[in-house]
Design a protein around this ligand. Structure first.
Ligand code: OXD
Ligand code: MN
Length: 591
């Protein structure tokens, strides 16, 4: 008799009508075979799915060029379905579940004709973790199948584990015809289902990532008492060998991957990597907050990655051992066969751009797409934490909320307490990047860096965060960070990258109560003498600017925070309005 999984696969195949169905076993040989199929048989926009790159310098690395209109997450076509609109909240596009299914059924009818349906069984999180979730995604493109094997723990043992159960999370994905007007990424949190049509882009198509591990998981966490967050996880080892674990939320393309695999510029300090994008946070029996990374790979932004900004990532990208490394929409060096992107190193003389056309310096465009990406296994990073495979995760001592802000937000600020920290996350605004199909550089409110990923009403989400205080007998301290302030000439004031460890050291010292801080209306900022600044080319005036709280800028900021809070009406917890009024009051007295 067919299992519920087999029945579900058959049902989807009857609708999408693939030429054949292939059940992935997750093996290395299989990944190689799928890449060959992608190079020889399957196409995207009339071109092969994969191209081989220089195998000597970038082992096991392949290039993918996307459909030209399919280069970033499309928030306007990302939809959450509940019976009522209020549950989705003003932060989500909403549709009635029955209507959405009718629309998707139409768009998916015969959408896999002439293609193979790949069945991908995987687990998000360590298979032995009580926090992990078993999932199955269907897709009709080798690119997604190979990506998912890098990004998740995928294999036929998961099919066996599912057996006769029907409580696995389900993802249906079809590249369809790539028509951007019919592109939909639709979530049914009450049915553990995601259905994505007409896109092959990471966040729209690798359903284990944003769709399952953030949007569906945030809803599950709301009901089960845990948090699914857009956060990296790292350990900071001090010169005594003590490791402090930190989780940090930053919006897309704001440096989470760089921070997570940072090569420390502070002697005696070392960073250990556990994750670069998603954290699932549970309260442990010891009253501490424990974090696991549900993913197994990085889907990182290529431009800006180099041996000077992030040497550990460059080594990770070249390691390609048991997993291939995939590059999406980067440029191609015609002479060496290597991938290239802006700021990687000196620009090669002869390049193909991200669409495979000859690139010319006077074209006015970048050679690599600004949101070009790499997909690589986390196991290849030289800074992988020995705790990565620990099913229970790591205990978090500090939570960081980071934004990309030209001004207003200081380099680092510690919240006064848990509620004030939740307010710091809820009031976040950040300048937009190329990771989503939006106008780049505009300031938008992005609470906890979760605006595109919170699968339910953010007013309720804030309340959920506030309630953790009751259960956390040892709560992490909460900090705000901003690496992106600029001077009047538009130059970054802070060097960032490996020097960010200097800020992490201050955070660790604050966690250990081993240094003081200055009180301001928005929180506690460092005394300059407590930051380890030796060897740094930043003047005292620049440092003062980096740590300053400007009353007028914050008064303007209050307006933006208020307008955003008002959107949530009576779903916004009163505690956050109380924090807002406290800040307003403090600022009125502040010089
Ligand atoms: C990502 C994103 O790809 O946030 O991680 O867009
Ligand atoms: Mn992300």
């Amino acid at each position: 008799m067919a299992t519920p999984l087999e029945e579900w696969v058959e049902e989807q195949a009857r609708l999408t009508k693939p030429d054949k169905i292939y059940w992935c076993d997750g093996s290395e040989e299989e990944a190689q075979r799928l890449i060959e199929i992608g190079m020889e048989k399957e196409t995207v926009a009339g071109r092969p799915v994969f191209y081989e790159l220089n195998q000597k310098n970038f082992k096991n690395a392949f290039l993918h060029r996307s459909h030209p209109t399919d280069v970033a997450r499309t928030e306007k076509s990302t939809v959450i379905c509940y019976d009522d609109k209020v549950t989705a909240g003003p932060n989500n596009n909403w549709m009635d579940p029955a209507e959405a299914k009718q629309m998707l059924t139409k768009l998916s009818d015969g959408s896999m004709k002439g293609r193979t349906m790949y069945v991908l069984p995987f687990v998000m999180g360590h298979p032995d973790s009580p926090y992990s979730r078993v999932c199955v995604q269907l897709t009709d493109i080798s690119y997604v199948a190979v990506n998912m094997r890098i990004m998740t723990r995928l294999g036929k043992d998961i099919t066996e584990r599912i057996g006769n159960r029907d409580d696995f999370l389900k993802g249906i994905h079809t590249i369809g015809n790539f028509n951007k007007d019919d592109r939909y990424i639709v979530h049914f949190p009450q049915e553990d289902l995601v259905w994505s049509v007409n896109s092959g882009y990471g966040g729209n198509a690798l359903l284990g990532k944003k769709c399952i591990s953030l949007r569906l998981a945030s809803w599950k966490g709301y009901h089960e008492g845990w948090l699914a967050e857009h956060m990296l996880i790292l350990g900071v080892e001090d010169p005594n060998g003590q490791i402090t674990y930190i989780a940090a939320a930053l919006p897309s393309a704001c440096g989470k991957t760089n921070l997570a695999v940072m090569q420390s510029k502070l002697p005696g300090y070392k960073i250990w990597t556990l994750g670069d994008d998603i954290a699932w946070l549970n309260v442990g029996p010891d009253g501490r907050l424990w974090a696991i990374n549900p993913e197994a790979g990085f889907f990182g932004v290529a431009p800006g990655t180099s041996y000077s900004s992030n040497p550990n990532m460059m080594d990770t990208l070249k390691a390609g051992q048991f997993f291939p490394t995939l590059f999406t929409n980067v440029a191609y060096d015609i002479d060496t066969g290597e991938p290239w992107w802006e700021e990687k190193d000196d620009r090669p003389a002869n390049l193909l751009d991200w669409q495979g056309n000859r690139w010319h310096a006077d074209s006015g465009t970048t050679a690599a797409h600004p949101n070009s990406r790499f997909t690589v296994s986390i196991t290849q990073t030289p800074t992988l934490s020995s705790e990565f495979e620990n099913p229970r995760g790591v205990p978090i001592s500090a939570i960081l909320f980071g934004a990309r802000r030209t001004d207003t937000v200081p380099l680092v600020t510690e919240a006064f307490d848990w509620t004030n920290g939740v307010f710091a996350g809820a009031r976040m605004g950040s300048e937009t990047t190329a990771a989503a199909a939006l106008k780049v550089g505009a300031l938008r409110r992005d609470p906890m860096a979760m605006l595109p990923f919170c699968g339910y009403n953010m007013g309720d989400y804030f309340g959920h965060w506030l309630r953790f205080e009751e259960r956390l007998t040892h709560p992490p301290k909460i900090f705000s960070i901003n690496w992106f302030q600029r001077d009047e000439g538009g130059k970054f004031l802070w060097p960032g990258f490996g020097d960010n460890v200097r800020v992490l050291k201050w955070i660790v010292d604050r966690v250990n109560n081993s240094c003081g801080a200055q009180e301001t209306p928005i929180g506690l900022v460092p005394n300059m003498q407590d930051l380890p600044l030796d060897g740094l080319d930043v003047s005292t005036e620049q440092m003062s600017e980096l740590l300053a709280v400007d009353r007028d800028q914050w008064r303007a900021e209050l307006e933006g925070i208020k307008a955003n809070f008002e959107k949530f009406g009576d779903r916004l917890p009163s505690e956050l309005w109380a924090e807002y009024h406290k800040l307003q009051d403090q600022l009125s007295k502040f010089q």
